[in-house]
Design a protein. Structure first.
Length: 156
């Protein structure tokens, strides 16, 4: 089945707790609890003894590419409190992460973009954050080494 999405026991536990906490929130502009509950109810829950590791899950680095492009991009999918733009650590609640979560390597997913546009991306590889740490670290070094223009300091 093309739309199969897998979920480990550990991720199911974390995401269900997150959804429960979000459902208790009131008067928030955006509440993603419904999306989490929908995902949890439709995912294939793997047994705790499963050694399957070819699908996108929490705390993994996902290598992906836009369909029709050879350029590979990387991002780490993490819990919301661990998200960090500089380190390319994306919250599981982001549209990109929610679309990729549970998908197997080789899947092509549709990413919703602003103004009703869509982009199709292929999931090329999935690895635990620790084993791909160098890639995320390299992204952080690149961003932190960018030189900002000198600003006038007169009158400060």
């Amino acid at each position: 089945m093309l739309n199969e999405r897998f979920l480990s026991q550990k991720d199911a536990c974390l995401l269900s707790r997150l959804a429960e906490a979000m459902l208790r929130l009131r008067d928030v502009k955006f509440n993603f609890a419904d999306r989490l509950v929908e995902f949890l109810s439709g995912a294939i829950l793997l047994p705790e003894t499963s050694t399957r590791d070819d699908f996108v899950r929490l705390n993994t680095v996902v290598t992906y590419r836009a369909v029709g492009s050879a350029k590979r991009e990387y991002l780490a999918i993490v819990c919301p409190q661990d998200a960090d733009e500089v380190l390319a650590r994306v919250s599981v609640l982001s549209p990109l992460a929610m679309t990729m979560l549970g998908r197997v390597v080789g899947s092509i997913v549709e990413i919703g973009l602003p103004f009703g546009r869509v982009q199709y991306v292929e999931i090329v590889d999935v690895a635990p954050i620790d084993s791909r740490h160098g890639i995320i670290e390299e992204t952080a070094k690149t961003v932190s080494s960018m030189r900002l223009p000198d600003l006038p300091t007169a009158g400060i």
